[in-house]
Design a protein around this ligand. Structure first.
Ligand SMILES: *[C@@H]1O[C@H](CO)[C@@H](O)[C@H](O)[C@H]1NC(C)=O
Ligand SMILES: *[C@@H]1O[C@H](CO)[C@@H](O)[C@H](O)[C@H]1NC(C)=O
Ligand SMILES: *[C@@H]1O[C@H](CO)[C@@H](O)[C@H](O)[C@H]1NC(C)=O
Ligand SMILES: *[C@@H]1O[C@H](CO)[C@@H](O)[C@H](O)[C@H]1NC(C)=O
Ligand SMILES: *[C@@H]1O[C@H](CO)[C@@H](O)[C@H](O)[C@H]1NC(C)=O
Ligand SMILES: *[C@@H]1O[C@H](CO)[C@@H](O)[C@H](O)[C@H]1NC(C)=O
Length: 258
């Protein structure tokens, strides 16, 4: 943890700090169903995310699953066909095709075109784009916790985080009985899933360390899981994240994106 924060600080202090770095890549499209059944493990729930504007990202952005649920704005560079605001997608899958940075849902791809130009854009199949990370904005959801099938007995607890707002990565997750200071650290198990085999009896509170600003910030959710938590149920954490973690890069988004 200390090492993580130190290296983040070092990285940022050695380059220009930025809310959103702008990068270039190429983007192709596929059906939303293919992306929802993807590596992030959201299943059919993903079809309810972000108006089906879903994306598979290359390993560097997928980041062993830590990148799942991150939001990006992507705009294509064909000035005849493409509008300037582009499309906003959420990562639900891993893209292993090394010719494209993202494979996005058809609906998200079309949204990059000027009105009436979407068929022309779809015909190209593959376009050059620029992209940047953006905050995820959930108006109707708090950060939520889905109890995973791995939670086979009361000591084995595995949870997946859903509807994570802001522009941060989860670095550490601790769980404790509500009102108890005895925190148990969970381990990251395949991306958005965090697990422990020494879970205390519920009701349970969580504290979550996220990247924020130049270092990290603890988010405390004081009452999340009831004593009778149940596999497959999604519980509202009662809190939401709106922080933005700084990135280090050139060029930075100069504010020309809307
Ligand atoms: C992570 O989970 C996804 C979806 O359930 C699966 O496809 C993938 O193989 C898993 N990866 C690891 C390393 O377990
Ligand atoms: C941009 O789109 C037009 C119209 O489809 C096409 O003729 C042109 O080749 C495209 N340019 C690039 C760079 O893809
Ligand atoms: C892309 O992947 C293919 C097949 O997996 C491989 O042959 C090729 O060398 C890769 N290209 C790059 C640029 O990594
Ligand atoms: C703290 O929690 C752990 C894991 O649930 C448990 O094994 C340990 O006995 C608890 N310690 C105290 C002092 O309650
Ligand atoms: C869990 O307990 C609550 C009351 O505390 C109850 O309303 C709910 O039905 C219970 N759920 C299950 C699955 O037993
Ligand atoms: C989020 O949690 C708060 C309690 O902290 C609650 O009042 C609010 O209704 C929740 N919002 C949503 C969208 O569920």
């Amino acid at each position: 943890m200390a090492f993580f924060l130190f290296s983040l600080f070092f990285l940022i202090s050695s380059a220009s700090a930025c809310d959103s770095c702008v990068y270039q890549t190429r983007v192709a499209y596929t059906g939303a169903e293919a992306l929802s059944s993807g590596a992030c493990g959201y299943g059919s729930l993903a079809l309810g995310f972000n108006g089906k504007h879903l994306a598979a990202a290359v390993p560097s952005l997928y980041n062993s699953g830590t990148g799942c649920g991150a939001c990006f704005q992507i705009r294509c560079q064909n000035t005849t066909l493409c509008n300037r605001q582009g499309t906003k997608v959420i990562i639900t899958d891993l893209n292993q095709n090394n010719h494209t940075g993202f494979v996005i849902s058809k609906r998200a791809f079309r949204a990059m075109a000027y009105k009436g130009m979407d068929r022309g854009l779809l015909k190209l199949r593959l376009v050059n784009v620029e992209y940047k990370r953006i905050p995820c904005d959930y108006k109707n959801h708090n950060l939520s916790v889905r109890v995973e099938e791995l939670s086979q007995n009361p000591n084995n607890l595995a949870v997946q985080f859903l509807y994570q707002g802001g522009q941060t990565d989860i670095v550490e997750v601790d769980v404790a009985k509500v009102g108890s200071p005895n925190w148990t650290m969970m381990t990251q198990n395949n991306g958005t899933v965090w697990a422990t085999d020494t879970a205390p009896a519920g009701p349970l509170q969580f504290r979550i360390l996220v990247t924020s600003g130049y270092d990290g910030k603890w988010i405390w959710a004081p009452n999340v899981l009831p004593a009778n938590w149940t596999i497959g149920v999604i519980y509202d954490s009662g809190v939401q994240i709106s922080d933005i973690a700084q990135e280090a890069c050139l060029p930075c988004d100069n504010g020309g994106w809307k």
